[in-house]
Design a binder for this molecule. Structure first.
Ligand code: GRG
Length: 293
């Protein structure tokens, strides 16, 4: 399957399953707000990584779907909360009104909270996972999403506003804020298959670290190069908010060079386990630095 077909098929399967979830809401408003952001046109990169990692580990069943849904729910909750006035204060996400603009702040907070708990509930209750797999996936995902992962990175990011960061500080921040969930995607994919290959896990760890940075650097580049129409939010908004970004630190050519470097590191990690740039994971790495939104 080529990458475009793979991404389309992953999106379709994931969204079909997401559409069927939350069918017995206690609160119709909460359900609508959760579904609004969950089915609002994301690229579904993390689910594609879960599936590609599972395939690379030798699992070609549908086992990737539950961990991919859980991970996407965590990702979407983080975007809903990140857009709130207390954080980034954004009106637009994926070209549409942010959750708190469409509903209200309290509803957006609750929708994010409920998406987060639902993520762990579907892992804990999945028939397709054995107890050990479910426990390991819950452990990986909670570690990646929590205080020592994404939430910790977000806190450091907020504390870094209007400060000058070194490249190494910026890398550490993004390894947590954006990188941890990308790494988790690969770990969840590998966990679909047992017994686990230690060599594969360590290669994927290096691939995931480089991919996470390549993703964030490209995000910073797009913030200044892509049009507002393509971005779905005002161009240059991170720079205007006086945030340290790869572009503010290194300039545009320097940031582009860093993205290429991380892309090479990601492909190098795959090569160590005999996977080339044409494998799905290789193509996904290239997609990450070549995407336009
Ligand atoms: C609020 C707990 C909490 C955490 C927020 C990840 C994050 C931490 C905030 C997101 C801010 C942001 C836009 C970071 C840049 C990288 C990123 C995560 C972009 C959005 O991910 P995509 O491009 O989104 O995969 P789609 O829309 O395709 O799902």
């Amino acid at each position: 399957m080529n990458l475009n077909d793979f991404l389309r098929d992953t999106r379709q399967q994931l969204e079909n399953r997401l559409l069927a979830s939350f069918d017995a809401p206690k609160s119709e408003r909460l359900r609508t707000a959760m579904r609004y952001s969950l089915l609002n046109g994301g690229k579904r990169l993390r689910p594609a990584l879960v599936r590609a990692a599972a395939l690379a580990a030798g699992n070609d069943t549908q086992d990737w779907l539950i961990p991919a849904m859980a991970l996407e729910m965590i990702h979407v909750y983080s975007l809903v909360h990140d857009d709130l006035p207390a954080m980034d204060n954004d009106d637009l996400r994926r070209g549409k009104a942010t959750n708190h603009k469409e509903f209200d702040e309290a509803t957006a907070i609750l929708a994010g909270d409920a998406l987060q708990t639902e993520a762990f509930a579907i892992l804990a209750g999945a028939d397709s996972l054995n107890d050990r797999q479910a426990r390991q996936m819950i452990a990986q995902l909670s570690q990646a999403a929590g205080a020592n992962g994404m939430v910790g990175g977000q806190m450091i990011d907020l504390q870094s506003e209007q400060k000058t960061l070194t490249l190494s500080q910026l890398e550490k921040l993004h390894a947590l804020k954006t990188g941890a969930l990308i790494q988790a995607a690969l770990q969840l994919g590998v966990l679909c298959q047992s017994p686990l290959s230690g060599t594969l896990l360590s290669a994927f760890e290096r691939y995931g670290r480089a991919l996470g940075l390549a993703f964030q650097i490209t995000d910073d580049i797009l913030d200044v190069t892509a049009s507002t129409e393509v971005l779905g939010k005002p161009q240059g908004s991170d720079l205007a908010a006086d945030k340290a970004t790869y572009v503010s630190l290194l300039g545009l050519p320097g940031a582009q060079q860093q993205a290429v470097q991380q892309h090479q590191l990601a492909l190098g990690a795959l090569a160590e386990v005999g996977m080339d740039a044409q494998t799905l994971l290789g193509q996904l790495a290239t997609y990450v630095i070549q995407r336009d939104h």
